[in-house]
Design a protein around this ligand. Structure first.
Ligand code: CP3
Length: 340
């Protein structure tokens, strides 16, 4: 698989490409299945429908990898937390974690087993996906998940979770350690079910100052990737800490691909990390509104990366109102212009 080879730093006939959030609301085909399923979580729990929407961007856009259709928040859900996706508000946990009693109620093994519908979805996708296309499994970073579990929903200030970091760090570490245990088992079962690559999304990395980031987030990301690389060295691990361009000097650990977000100049990522890791990214997702902007964005990234040790992607997720034709154009242009 070209995608797996590129993640492992091998030379490929062209630079493979996919897009974060490639299965989603900009595709009319997705909206149709989503409407049939009713709500979003029901779609995540339906292996047949989740498989169908995972394959849509492969069929429609010709991306080099499919990403499992699910959500990072199914993990706290199956650990025992009540979760709803409210229209206009996004995800909400009605009973956030407040104290040791709440933490003690969270069940590691129950979560790993309760995520069976994800493993079933992966088996179905791998059965239907073309042999030369990779399937990416994923999870959220312990820090990003713990933030949702404590705040109960998205937050601008991160006040509750940061209060814990600075006033009761032992409690925060106990929560992060528990989530990390679930994620090791969860990613392992995804690999055993057929995921060819795994990615960890740390969407809220930029909320933390440098020392706190390495203590409360990166250490746990590294722990999961070292565990997986020890057992499954042939499966590439992609880590995506969003928005930490100021901390790149301190990035280390056993993994294959560093996901570069759009706010980090590719030149900087290459200078600091390009010798150690393959880089993924990082076109500004809103360039997809204009073909001229897409052309210029691709040109710049090719100029920097020179088709070496690189996987093409956006620097974050595609937005719901992007014309499908522009998404197709982006994928095709990358595949054509990076050909050796
Ligand atoms: O990339 C893919 O195509 C795979 C599927 C995927 C989804 N969510 C589907 C989804 C992945 C990898 C995620 C990860 C995810 N989920 C993250 C980390 C990645 C990132 O973007 O930083 C986060 C923070 C979440 C939590 C989450 N899920 C939020 C905040 C929302 C609501 C936001 C919104 O757009 O309404 C979701 C819902 C969600 N997850 C949707 C999709 C396609 C939209 C649901 C819908 O209305 O159909």
């Amino acid at each position: 698989m070209i995608f797996v080879d590129a993640c492992l730093g091998k030379k490929t006939p062209y630079t493979p490409v996919w897009m974060m959030r490639q299965a989603g609301r900009y595709l009319p085909e997705y909206m149709q299945v989503r409407a049939q399923a009713g709500d979003f979580l029901r779609l995540c729990k339906d292996p047949e429908k989740a498989c169908e929407v995972t394959l849509q961007p492969v069929d429609i856009l010709g991306v080099d990898a499919a990403i499992l259709f699910s959500d990072i928040l199914v993990v706290p859900l199956e650990m025992g937390m009540e979760l709803q996706f409210l229209k206009g508000e996004g995800p909400v946990f009605s009973h956030p974690i407040k104290n040791q009693t709440d933490l003690d109620k969270l069940d590691v093994q129950k979560a790993i087993d309760g995520l069976e519908y994800v493993y079933e979805t992966i088996k179905r996708i791998r059965g239907k996906l073309a042999a030369d296309k990779a399937l990416i499994g994923f999870c959220g970073a312990p820090w990003t998940l713990a933030t949702y579990m404590i705040e109960g929903q998205g937050t601008k200030t991160y006040a509750l979770v940061k209060k814990l970091i600075y006033s009761d760090p032992a409690f925060m570490h106990a929560l992060l350690a528990k989530v990390t245990e679930v994620l090791k088992g969860y990613m392992e079962r995804q690999i055993q079910s057929g995921a060819n690559v795994v990615m960890i999304f740390d969407s809220w990395a930029a909320a933390l100052e440098e020392s706190a980031y390495f203590e409360f987030s990166w250490s746990y990301m590294k722990e999961i990737s070292a565990y997986l690389k020890g057992k499954y060295p042939h499966v590439p691990v992609i880590l995506f800490p969003k928005g930490i361009s100021g901390y790149l000097d301190k990035i280390d650990g056993e993994f294959d691909v560093f996901g570069v977000d759009w706010s980090t100049p590719m030149e900087l990522a290459k200078e600091k990390l390009g010798h150690k890791y393959v880089l993924q990214g990082n076109m500004e997702p809103t360039r997809l509104y204009s073909k001229e902007a897409i052309d210029a964005g691709i040109s710049h990234i090719i100029e920097v990366m020179k088709n070496e040790r690189h996987v093409f992607n956006l620097g974050h997720g595609i937005l719901p109102d992007i014309p499908v034709e522009h998404a197709k154009y982006f994928i095709k242009q990358v595949q054509t212009r990076t050909k050796l």
